[in-house]
Each structure stands twice: as C-alpha cells, then as structure tokens.
Ligand binder design. Structure first.
Ligand code: ADP
Length: 656
C-alpha cells in the first residue's frame, strides 16, 4: 500500500520541486553575479577615470612646455630682430625661470655655440657648453629635445634639455637651450589631487624611470596608463599607476548578509521539503486510515447513525442503509419523521426523540421496530451515545443499531424449547406420581362406590330416608369432587400450553397445588404444615410454572426426608413478605439430609442429580422459570437440620 502511494506520488512530487529549485539556484547565481558585475563596472570606471586624468595631466604638461617654448621663442625673436643685449636676455630668462620651477636653467648659445647668457652661470656663461648630443645648426628652426641625462651631483634626477634654434631668413643666430628637471615637471605640473591618488612616472624609451612622484604611496599596478609625451626628438612616456587597489568584491557585512541569506534560503527550502514530505506521509497515512475505516464501516454489520444537535441525520453507514432499505443520499440531511419509522410506533419514536434531545436516553439501549423500505418490520436494539468532538463539545448523537430479528427468532425458539422441556419435566414428575395418583384415586372411587352402593341398598330395601340418602350422596359427591380436583390439577399441570402471565395469589397457588403435594407427602409419610401471611398481594406470573416450581421443591424436600425417622418428617411451606417488603417469599422447609458443600455449587446445573433415578433438571428449570418472572431462588441450611429452599417474586401491589 505504502509503495503504491510512493510510486504514484513521486514523479509529480519531483516535478513540483524542480521549478522552486531552479528559481532558488537562479536567485543564488544572481546574488553572486550581481556584486561581481558591480565590481567589474567599478574597475572599468576607475580605469577610464585614470585614462581621462592621465590625458588631462599629459595635456597640462604639454601645454606648459609649449608655453615655455612660446616664451623662449619670443625672447629668441627679440634677440634676432632687436639684437637684445645679453644681460637683457638673461633678465628675461630669469623671469621665466622664476615663474616656472620645473625649469633648471636656460642658456643662449650664439651661432658659434658660445654661451652668451645662462641662468645657471650668469657670471661666466661662456663656461657653459652645449650638451654633447645637441644638434648644431638646427636648420629647420623646430624645437628639439635631447635624451634625458642624469643631473650632475643629484642622485636619481634627470634633466631634459630642449633646444630652440634661432633662425631668421636662413640666418642662424644660435639657439636657446632650456633644461627641465624631469622630477620638477612632475612636481610642478601635475595637480596635487592627481598625485595623491596615483604614482606618476616618466619613463624613457628603455623603460627606465627617469622621474617619479608618489605622494599618496606607491602604485598598486591595478589601474595603470601610459601616455607618450609629444616631445620632438625624445620618446618620453607619462606613466600613471593608481594607488587604489582593485575594488573589493563586497563589503564584509554584505558578504555575510548574502551568505546568511543563502543559507537561510537553503534551510527554508530544506525545511519546506521536509515539511511537504511529512505532509505527504501524513496524507498517505490518513488516506490509508480512511481506506481502513471505510472498509471497516462497509463490513460492519451494526448500523451506525450520527445526528446533529437538532436531530438531523448527518451520517449513516452501509449496514444501516441495508437494514432500512434506503440509500444514504435519501437519509443524510433529513429531520424526523424518518422514512424508516413504522407508522404504528410514531408516538414512541417521537417520545424517544424528545428524550434524546433532552439527553435522557438509557445507556443500556432500547428496543424498537423500524420499517424497511419494502414495508417489513425489523426489530432493532439501539444504543445512543453523545457525539463529542476533539474539543470535548457535544455536536450530536451517535447511535449503533442492531438488527435483532435473528436474535428474536432464536429467543423464540429457545423459549419454545424450554417450554417443551418444562412440559417433559412435568410429565416426568407426573410419571413419578402417577402410581400414587392411581392409589389415591382408588380411595375416593372406593368411597364413592361404597356410598353409592349404600344408597342403592337403601333404595332397594325401600327404607328411603331422605336424610340418610342425602348424606350418602353428599359424601359420594365430595369424594367425586376430590377425585375430580386431583385429576384436573394433574391435567392442568401436564397439558402443553403457552405461558401466560396473570395475577396469581400465592394462597390460591398453594391451595391448588396442595392435592398433588399431599399426594406426594402421604406416599412418603411426611406430615405437611403450611402457613401464609394474611393479605398477601398477588404476583404477576404463569400459574402453572409456579405450581411446577412448588411441586419440584416439595418433591425434593420429601425425597430428602426419606431416610429419617417418620416422626421427624415434616414439610413446612411458609409464604410471607420478604425483608424488603416488595416481594413475596415462599419457603419450602424440610428436615432432610441437607446439602453438603460440594453439592451446593452444582445444584442448579442441568442434569446434576445425586439420586439414582433423578433427572437433575428440576432445580435448573425452577430457577429459569423464577428468573423469567423477575424472581429468584436460593437455599440455605435449616438450623434444625435439613434445607430451606426459598423463592421470591415481585409483589404486584407492593405495600411497605
Ligand atoms: P433431581 O431431583 O432430579 O435430582 P433436582 O435439580 O431437583 O434434580 O435436584 C438436584 C439435586 O439437588 C438433587 O439430586 C439433590 O441432591 C439436591 N437437592 C435438591 N433439593 C434438596 C433438598 N431439599 N435437600 C437436600 N438435597 C436436595
């Protein structure tokens, strides 16, 4: 069963899970991709910014160098046109030098390469010599720069010298040599905010660093950019190296948050998974339980019915439907009167229904009849109980209904059999007393015979004395009556009949059984005593059954006294109210051999007898008959020897 559910549910369950799992994976991938992408973008942005800034710095340097060149060209022009004296030139040079700290010196060589004016050695400019690589002539008139050379006496400092040829109408007036301190260029021409964030260097064609500035610390080699300076004659590159490191992927807090979020997500997914599995398992178990319950309900032979607080049918099981012959759909939801109520018992149902609503239904169940859809009457036994929900509140009533038709039939059969048994037992008793009966009838018949013979003799003798004749006939009549009574009681006792209940007076009962009891007693030489409490009310019973009980008890008593001295053989019958006052008790007291303890327990068992010819059914039948009348049978030892058998029956009009 379990595997059945699993195999059915698994593929659907797997597909159901695929989409959330994919979504979660997508979410996690996005979560990881987003910061990575952000980092990439930031890095690009920084790189672009660096390029732009480098360009700007290069432009600034270039601009300043051009400006210097411009100014020197102006001085050169004046030298050539107005033959400016050397000291005036020097003065102009000094002004330029003062305003531009990146310039180390400015020297004017004439066309014979003799230094005329020099800012470095103003007193004896002639000591200045043009640098070895200086191109003499410079006939194109264009600026030309020389390979940077280390500055004398200063470590790690390079000088960049550029010469401006002084040329007018193909006349050569010499040249102006301007030397820049490369470190000075970086110090003076690169703005501080840029230098703060970047290491800026100038490198020559051999990749040798000829000047460097790192105000904010060395560069991290993450964002770098090279930009060639546009200087004729020399290849110098401006290299910027940002001191910023690569952007951090994410801040620690964010990373932690993402990790926690992902873990939380995975955990909740797992929890959801577990929960759903648990639910599926519970659902499976529930379904199994339901299937089991339905199977149980369907195979139940007891009818089940649930009603709400107003008495509306809320549930009926198949057995109930079979019992009354209506489908559940026609019953559920209905309020009384119900279709299965038999018209003749409507009042009883209505009364019972009121009792149910009032909650005063007997717990031991009650019997009633239902009417099947085909009109047949079904005897049923119903047990009602309150229907209580899981919160302990009553929501209606639950009834279990048993079809007792079979039981009734069986009871009837058993009653009939018992009846037959009683009749046989009576016959057996009669068999025993038949001989005594014959003997006993002999007496009245003989008496009748002699009385009638006497009467005939009187008539034949002609001495008819009415008084004598009447006396003889009355005696004969009395004897005939007695014989008739004996025969009647025997007939009554033996005839097979249906048990009937009527008000029976105990005095009458004893009276009518007395001839038979006497018959037994006389045969056994037992003297009989009886004592009845006056004004005993009647009991509701079957007279013949009670007679049978009385006869059985007296017969047993008489038989128990067979072996004792005849003088002690006394049988007493007492009838009185019992101690509680609501029953009438009859005691049959003998002085016989009594009942030993080992026999006492078996007395009422069928076919138990200590007598050679005993049937062993007497006491058993007596007790069954008495219980059938709501009475009881018990025995106890007679203190004077012998046994007392006592039966008690409910009085019809009990007086206390
Ligand atoms: P049965 O008389 O055929 O034996 P009973 O059922 O009437 O069957 O009695 C069962 C047994 O109970 C008797 O065999 C006898 O031993 C015992 N018994 C019944 N009544 C008396 C009594 N009054 N005194 C002593 N024993 C008794």
């Amino acid at each position: 069963m379990k595997t059945f559910y699993k195999s059915q549910a698994w593929p659907a369950q797997r597909w159901r899970w695929i989409i959330p799992i994919l979504l979660v994976l997508l979410f996690l991938a996005t979560l990881i991709w987003l910061p990575w992408q952000a980092q990439r973008m930031e890095a690009n942005e920084r790189q672009e910014q660096l390029i732009a800034d480098t360009l700007w710095v290069e432009q600034a340097i270039q601009f300043q160098l051009n400006r210097n060149e411009e100014m020197l060209r102006q001085v050169g022009a004046e030298i050539m046109t107005s033959r400016l004296p050397a000291n005036a030139v020097l003065e102009r040079f000094r002004t330029i030098l003062k305003n531009n700290h990146e310039i180390q010196r400015i020297v004017w060589f004439d066309n014979r390469d003799t230094a005329i004016a020099s800012t470095a050695d103003s007193a004896a400019p002639a000591r200045e010599t043009p640098p070895p690589q200086a191109v003499s002539g410079g006939m194109d008139g264009k600026l030309r720069c020389l390979t940077p050379t280390p500055e004398t006496n200063t470590k790690n400092s390079y000088l960049l010298s550029c010469q401006i040829p002084l040329l007018q109408e193909n006349r050569h007036f010499g040249r102006i040599l301007i030397s820049y301190r490369l470190s000075g260029i970086l110090e003076e021409l690169v703005p501080w905010w840029f230098a703060q964030d970047n290491q800026i260097s100038l490198v020559d064609v051999d990749d040798k660093v000829v000047a460097s500035r790192a105000a904010g610390g060395p560069g991290k080699n993450v964002y770098t950019h090279n930009r060639a300076l546009d200087l004729p004659g020399v290849a110098l590159t401006l290299r910027t190296n940002s001191n910023k490191s690569e952007p951090r992927l994410l801040s620690n807090l964010l990373v932690l948050a993402i990790i926690l979020l992902s873990l939380g997500l995975l955990w909740s997914l797992a929890a959801l998974w577990r929960d759903i599995n648990r639910r599926l398992a519970a659902e499976g178990a529930l379904r199994q339980q339901m299937a089991f319950r339905t199977a149980m309900e369907n195979s139940l032979i007891t009818g089940l019915r649930a009603r709400d607080m107003e008495g509306r049918l809320t549930y009926v099981n198949p057995a109930f439907c079979r019992m009354v012959g209506y489908p559940a759909a026609q019953l559920v939801g209905r309020l009384p009167p119900m279709p299965y109520w038999a018209p003749e018992a409507l009042e009883e149902y209505q009364q019972r229904f009121t009792q149910i609503l009032a909650g005063t239904v007997p717990a031991e169940g009650f019997e009633t009849i239902y009417q099947h859809a085909n009109g047949e009457r079904i005897p049923v036994l119903i047990y009602e109980s309150p229907l209580v929900n899981e919160r302990g509140q009553q929501t209606g009533w639950m009834s279990s209904i048993l079809d007792v038709s079979e039981l009734k039939r069986a009871q009837e059969l058993s009653r009939q059999q018992e009846e037959k048994l009683h009749a046989s037992a009576r016959l057996a008793t009669m068999g025993e007393i038949a001989s005594m009966l014959a003997h006993e009838l002999n007496q009245p018949l003989a008496a009748i015979s002699s009385y009638t013979t006497g009467a005939i003799n009187l008539l034949q003798a002609g001495q008819v004395e009415p008084a004598m004749l009447q006396s003889a006939l009355e005696k004969a009549n009395a004897q005939a009556q007695r014989a008739g009574q004996i025969i009647r009681s025997v007939h009554e006792f033996v005839k097979k009949r249906e048990p009937t209940r009527e008000a029976v007076s105990i005095a009458d009962l004893i009276q009518s059984a007395m001839p038979l009891i006497e018959l037994q007693a006389q045969g056994a030489h037992v003297s009989l005593q009886w004592q009845l409490e006056p004004d005993l009310p009647p009991v509701l019973a079957d007279r013949v059954l009670l007679e049978q009980v009385l006869l059985n008890l007296t017969r047993n008593a008489i038989e128990a006294m067979q072996k004792i001295a005849p003088a002690q053989r006394v049988l007493r019958i007492l009838a009185s109210f019992d101690a509680a006052g609501d029953r009438i008790a009859v005691e049959v007291i003998d002085r016989g051999h009594g009942i030993p303890a080992n026999v006492a327990g078996l007395l009422f068992s069928p076919f138990f007898s200590t007598k050679a010819s005993g049937m062993g059914m007497g006491l058993n039948i007596c007790r069954t008959a008495l219980e059938f009348h709501g009475g009881s049978l018990s025995h106890r030892d007679n203190p004077g020897g012998g046994t007392i058998f006592r039966f008690a029956l409910p009085a019809l009009h009990a007086t206390t």
